[in-house]
Design a binder for this molecule. Structure first.
Ligand code: PLP
Length: 377
């Protein structure tokens, strides 16, 4: 449907998910209701947190977390520059200042705990690490944050279902933020989830996602909640019932989908091990880790070959991408504090290959074959 022989990502919703969405449409209750509540309970069980708060997007979850932690003007928030722009935007729109710190290196594209420590100043209030590609970030980040008394918002947009021996992604900070955007591991088109063990963060996020109201439309259907108050100004960041119903079905199949992603990623690793001129990050991982395998990323040795390689793959019907152009390089973030030499080097050499649960071994082999041909030319 995409026109690519091997698209970067591909959504194939199971018939049960479509049926579940259709049932809510036929039932007539479309906005946040019992399906959202059920999705939240099941998601909290997956993340191992006391609470899960569904919302309209991953960016919305970040905004709710930043609001609940009361980050604002005068506050600095440390984050990697090698991430999607959403976290930086949410910080800036709250009136706080993003401070960009470097990643660990070629084998681990997550925030470097030493770089975090080096970026902490008197105005630093929080850190937003990101579980790049569905690999849990270095646990040392949380130790450095705790030592410095920083709030932590874990950007787990890539990491639904990922865990290590310390627990599940989304449970490591004061709040975890997930995305259900169409190209993520649990695709709903749009949607997000905030996870937390903190009762106050959960209550504030619940209220802030729905205008700051003390009771929603669903609760007010019963006579006991007919009235509501507005405790503080809020937004409308609610998730709706059809998406929540699909989310519950996809959640039930998540482990299987992530396992399929992991096995395709392992095949990439095996096939590309003998290809000259590139490497794959995240080769050495701690025992007991289960990544979500959100992205298949390679690092091209020669920076001049990255873009021509992407063009050559496109010629052969293979869609690629780059995760990410560093945030500090965007016009809106020019001049922001950023000590990120490794990020500058790595980002210019990264290339993301196709990966989705139903990618075939023939497709993976075709991508690897194309890379081998191009790089030995
Ligand atoms: C996708 C993504 C987001 C934003 O999620 P949306 O649901 O698209 O708003 C935030 N952070 C990262 C790292 C992402 O990949």
């Amino acid at each position: 449907m995409s026109g690519w022989e091997v698209p970067l990502s591909d959504v194939r919703l199971p018939p049960e998910a479509i049926a579940a969405a259709r049932d809510t449409l036929a039932g007539g209750w479309l906005s946040q209701g019992p399906q959202v509540e059920g999705f939240e309970e099941e998601f909290a069980a997956l993340a191992g947190t006391r609470h899960a708060v569904a919302c309209a997007s991953g960016t919305g979850a970040l905004e709710l977390a930043i609001g609940a932690l009361e980050l604002g003007p005068g506050d600095e928030v440390v984050m990697p520059s090698l991430t999607f722009v959403a976290a930086a935007n949410a910080v800036r729109l709250a009136g706080a200042l993003p401070v960009f710190a470097d990643v660990r290196g070629a084998d681990d594209l997550t925030l470097d705990p030493d770089a975090l420590a080096g970026a902490i100043g008197p105005a630093t209030r929080a850190v937003i690490p990101m579980d790049y590609g569905g690999y849990p970030c270095d646990p040392e980040v949380y130790a450095v944050a705790a030592e410095a008394g920083l709030a932590v918002v874990e950007d787990a947009a890539h990491a639904v279902g990922a865990h290590n021996t310390h627990g599940a992604c989304g449970s490591f900070g004061d709040a975890g933020c997930f995305s259900f955007f169409a190209n993520k591991n649990l695709p709903l088109g749009e949607g997000g989830m905030l996870t937390t063990d903190d009762d106050r963060v959960a209550a504030t996020a619940r209220s802030a996602r729905s205008h700051g109201m003390t009771a929603g439309t669903w609760e007010r259907r019963s006579r006991t909640h007919a009235a509501y108050d507005v405790s503080r100004p809020g937004r409308n960041l609610r998730l709706d019932e059809p998406r929540a119903a699909m989310g519950r079905v996809l959640l039930a199949g998540l482990e299987e989908a992530n396992a399929a992603r992991r096995s395709a990623l392992e095949r990439y690793r095996r096939e590309l091990a003998s290809v000259p001129g590139l490497s794959m990050p995240f080769a050495r991982r701690p025992p007991g880790e289960r990544p979500a395998a959100h992205l298949a990323v390679v690092l091209v040795d020669d920076v001049r070959r990255r873009d021509p390689l992407a063009d050559a793959l496109a010629q052969r019907g293979v869609q690629t991408s780059v995760h990410y152009r560093p945030v500090h390089s965007f016009t809106a973030y020019r001049g922001a504090p950023a000590v990120v030499p490794k990020t500058d080097d790595l980002a210019a050499r990264l290339l993301t290959l196709p990966l989705f649960p139903h990618i075939t071994t023939a497709q993976v082999d075709a991508v690897c074959g194309a890379l081998a041909t191009e790089l030995s030319a």
